[in-house]
Design a binder for this molecule. Structure first.
Ligand code: PEP
Ligand code: MG
Length: 539
């Protein structure tokens, strides 16, 4: 700490909220010392053994990390198992290249391809590949270390940090992540949010090294070697943040939220059964959205009926009598799945995705509908279709569902047709809402905003324009909510707006009484509703 001279301050983008004060540690790029090429056989054996070492390290990490982290690492293991990919590298060794040069050259090509992808999700995968490249090179250099040796509580700074390195760091004593590049939608950002590690990305160039640092994940700043005044201001901000979180947590335990005397139901969004482990999940009124496409893995794995049934059944059992809304696969757009979504679309967000894709692939869709129909007998299940544009699509999907249930029952299998609703996320659906014979509606404000405002939701350059509070988006939300009030059909909203306290009063004023939020924001949204009821101004 310095007394008078303020330390350098840098601003980036928030990837995970929180505050950290600790030693500053730079994680530098791997030295690229070249190995001299041995005989063809020696080089091939050296690479094979390095791949085995790397593969084992990743499998061990995945076993410790579990859940979402394990799934992220699966991408790397799948690549190491891909014989076509490996054949190119071993062919280069066969032509006389050293093992490290052959490996690096092919991985660099793949990293460049992913790095140049127009889609931010795919671009973010290039750091997973860089991680894999460096892990195998380290093994080739005889470095068997599985950890980076970073002290607990450190502010770790890197150009970008791959998920497996994030998992090797001990975050139990605090600390945070400051990336010069990186993206809030990367896998490492998802892990940081899930583990409550503050993270700021896109800090640009940081010329100076430092001894200590302050990382403010809310204001998206990094301050190096701070002076006493900077530390004082940081600690005040941290205290306000901690108090507001503690107050929100206390409110969570109180009875249901209400606004102007009306009950506001707060549900949660989940992607996998493990998300229910979140400490706050138990206080939700139910599940408002389960994004089942996250059951699909990118190595071509379409889960079979039993695997899907087990997942849906586990969620219903957890919920007891509370309603559970499961959305059928919404693959495509920013969620490509090999073996399922079509390749080569010029504009995947306007392409064959969501229900369009499921209706085009009935053999895959029927498996999911069978698993859902079997789970429906075990709880309060509601099923909804994503990306619905026309009333006909809903009817074709319903017909298939009815047929699947009849077949199961004819074979003596316990099955039921759950309530069937749709996502309202295509502007046409919001505008023509009375034409849909759905049992309920759930507004997908993420896609609704992207289509109304003509802004690709994964394009960071348009983040300023992609405002869900734009009057055109709010108008469509209002019309949908009013349709619900007129007809008595339930309308909720499950896009990210529901999890943003700045949007809460607008959504309630539009007439919505059901919101589905990320489990980590449940307390804050309940606190916001409570504050609005008490005359507070949150939006
Ligand atoms: C939405 O579009 O708002 C939504 C909830 O669905 P997703 O974010 O999965 O597209
Ligand atoms: Mg959507």
């Amino acid at each position: 700490m310095r007394n008078g001279v303020a330390g350098a301050a840098y601003r980036g983008r928030t990837a995970s909220i929180g505050f950290a004060h600790g030693p500053f540690v730079r994680v530098d790029q791997l030295e690229s010392a070249q190995r001299a090429a041995g005989s063809l056989v020696d080089e091939a054996l050296a690479l094979r053994s390095a791949i085995d070492t790397a593969s084992q390290q990743i499998v061990d990490l995945a076993a410790i990390a579990g859940g979402e982290a394990a799934q992220i690492l699966e991408f790397q293991v799948a690549l190491l198992d891909d014989e076509d990919f490996m054949a190119v590298i071993f062919a280069a060794i066969g032509e006389g290249a050293a093992a490290d040069a052959a490996w690096r050259s092919e991985l660099d090509k793949q990293i460049a391809d992913y790095g140049a992808a127009p889609d931010e999700y795919l671009r973010a995968r290039s750091s997973d590949l860089a991680d894999l490249r460096d892990r195998v090179i380290r093994a080739l250099q005889g470095d068997q270390r599985a950890t980076l040796g970073i002290p607990s509580g450190a502010i770790v700074c890197a150009d970008d940090l791959p998920p497996s390195q994030f998992l090797e760091i001990d975050w139990s004593g605090g600390g945070g992540l400051a990336l010069l590049q990186g993206s809030p939608t990367s896998h490492v950002a998802m892990l940081a949010r899930a583990r409550g590690v503050p993270m700021v990305v896109q800090l640009g160039t940081i010329p100076a090294a430092g001894a200590t640092a302050l990382l403010d994940g809310e204001g998206a700043t990094l301050e190096l070697d701070p002076c006493a005044e900077q530390i004082g201001s940081f600690e005040t901000r941290r205290e306000v943040h901690c108090k507001s979180r503690a107050a929100a947590r206390a409110i969570l335990r109180r009875p249901a939220a209400s606004w102007r005397g009306e009950r506001i139901k707060l549900f949660i969004n989940i992607q996998r059964v493990e998300d229910l482990d979140h400490a706050d999940a138990q206080y939700a009124d139910g599940i408002g959205l389960m994004r089942t496409e996250f059951l699909l893995t990118n190595n071509g794995g379409l889960p079979d009926e039993e695997t899907q049934f087990q997942a849906y059944d586990a969620v219903l059992r957890w919920a007891g009598q509370r309603p559970v809304t499961i959305r059928t696969f919404d693959a495509g757009g920013d969620k490509p799945v090999s073996g399922f979504t079509p390749g080569g679309e010029a504009n995947p967000f306007l392409g064959v995705r969501g229900l369009r894709l499921c209706l085009a692939r009935p053999e895959i869709f029927a498996v999911q509908l069978r698993a859902l129909a079997r789970a429906a007998v075990h709880g309060n299940l509601k099923v909804m279709f994503p990306m619905v544009t026309s009333a006909d699509e809903l009817e074709v999907g319903r017909k298939l569902f009815v047929q699947v249930v009849a077949e199961l029952q004819a074979n003596g299998v316990a099955a039921a047709l759950p309530e069937l609703g749709i996502m309202v996320e295509v502007p046409a659906a919001a505008l023509a809402i009375p034409s849909f014979k759905a049992s309920f509606f759930s507004i997908g404000s993420n896609d609704l905003a992207q289509y109304v405002l003509a802004c690709d939701r994964s394009n960071g350059a348009l983040a300023g324009l992609l405002d869900p509070l734009h009057p055109a988006v709010v108008e469509l939300i209002k019309r949908t909510a009013e349709h619900g009030q007129r007809t008595g059909i339930s309308v909720s909203l499950c896009g990210d707006m529901a999890s943003d306290p700045r949007c809460t009063s607008t959504l309630l004023n539009c007439g919505l009484r059901e919101l589905s939020v990320n489990p980590s924001t449940l307390a804050q949204i309940k606190q916001t509703v409570d504050g609005l009821s008490n005359g507070g101004n949150h939006g």
